[in-house]
Design a protein around this ligand. Structure first.
Ligand SMILES: Cc1cc2nc3c(=O)[nH]c(=O)nc-3n(C[C@H](O)[C@H](O)[C@H](O)COP(=O)(O)O)c2cc1C
Length: 330
């Protein structure tokens, strides 16, 4: 059994990665239904939270049915981070996650996200203060290091554990790599193999098939997998990985009916949660994967991703089901 603080999880849990404008409550609901064990919210700016910016505050919303859920925050100013911890603690998630991995320029230039990998003492100091500030388990998500020559993730993970974090998720790339190349899981395995480590070490980066998840578990010995891009427009990924773990066999992919139903519910929940305009806009990025590999689907997809009118998108779902209902997915 794997434990994040008091939270008991099954062996080799699957975690939904925090993803901006993706890991929102509607999408998390679909992933939970398909077997994801832990949810993380998209990252939330500590500065935005303490200014009470509406967009940041809305991201604190969690549904009871998705627990255990972690709220992820980012920032680099101790005072703002502590105030943000208080605000997040009051909303009662199960976990608070600190983002020390975001590679985006506007975040790292303020030393937040992966920027802090250039100042490990500051990273440890901030973490210690945040752990002390809340009764909730604190976890960290980070990358291997700033660049290839400065990878010290074994030492960093141990120091973060020593100041009280309850789990660490590591994306097997450096900040300089951004998303290029292949994620390297060897340094993550080195963290796990450090005899002083006793908290769960979760691997992240390029878990894009059930076989990859098995490699992460069996060849690299990690405690669980955090899954990002493979789940976008494909929440069934979690169920498929679990089925493969249990049986060594692949589940058949969902049929057109299941895909249209998921897309419809996704859009309905998004509209209910953030209103028609944003709901229509932000669900768009999922449609390509929901309907991947259907020949001659382009006119329908174009309608789904360009129409501003929810009724028109729902009508496109219905028509697509009528026309492509028999399509057999590979
Ligand atoms: C659209 C998108 C948004 C992301 N937003 C966040 C975020 O808010 N916080 C974070 O820690 N990582 C974020 N990430 C990084 C992912 O959590 C993950 O580390 C990365 O995609 C590698 O995992 P994967 O290969 O399974 O996608 C984002 C990634 C994507 C593709």
């Amino acid at each position: 059994m794997v434990k994040i603080g008091p939270i008991e999880l099954p062996d080799f849990p699957l975690l939904l990665a925090p993803m901006e404008d993706v890991s929102d409550p509607p999408f998390r609901t679909l992933c939970k239904e398909q077997g994801a064990d832990v949810m993380y919210t998209e990252f939330i700016s500590s500065e935005g939270l303490i200014r009470d910016a509406a967009k940041s505050v809305m991201k604190l919303d969690i549904y009871e049915k998705e627990r255990p859920v972690g709220i992820q925050i980012f920032g680099a100013e101790l005072d703002s981070m502590l105030q943000a911890i208080d605000i997040v603690t009051a909303t009662k998630p199960d976990i608070i996650d600190i983002n020390f991995g975001c590679p985006v320029k506007k975040v790292v230039c303020k030393n937040a996200g992966a920027g802090i990998l250039r100042d490990i003492p500051l990273m440890v100091k901030l973490t210690e203060a945040m752990v002390k500030r809340t009764h909730l388990p604190v976890t960290v998500k980070t990358r291997l290091g700033w660049d290839h020559d400065s990878i010290k993730i074994v030492e960093v993970a141990e120091r973060l554990q020593d100041v009280g974090i309850q789990a660490i998720s590591i994306h097997g790339r450096t900040r300089v790599q951004m998303y290029k190349g292949q994620a390297d899981w060897k340094p993550i395995a080195a963290v796990k193999n450090n005899p002083r480590m006793h908290i769960p070490v979760f691997g992240n980066g390029d878990v894009d098939s059930p076989e990859a998840a098995v490699r992460m578990r069996d060849d690299y010995g990690l405690d669980g997998a955090m899954i990002g891009r493979a789940s976008i427009g494909y929440p069934w990924f979690f169920r498929e990985v679990k089925h493969y773990f249990e049986t060594g066999e692949h589940l058949p992919p969902p049929d057109m009916m299941a895909r249209v139903e998921a897309a419809r519910r996704h859009l309905e929940m998004s509209i209910a949660w953030k209103g028609e305009k944003l709901g229509v806009l932000e669900t768009r990025r999922h449609y390509t994967n929901y309907f991947k590999g259907i020949p001659n689907f382009k006119p329908y997809r174009m309608r789904m991703v360009t129409s501003d009118d929810a009724a028109d998108v729902f009508a496109a779902f219905d028509e697509a089901l009528e026309v492509f209902g028999d399509h057999v997915f590979a």
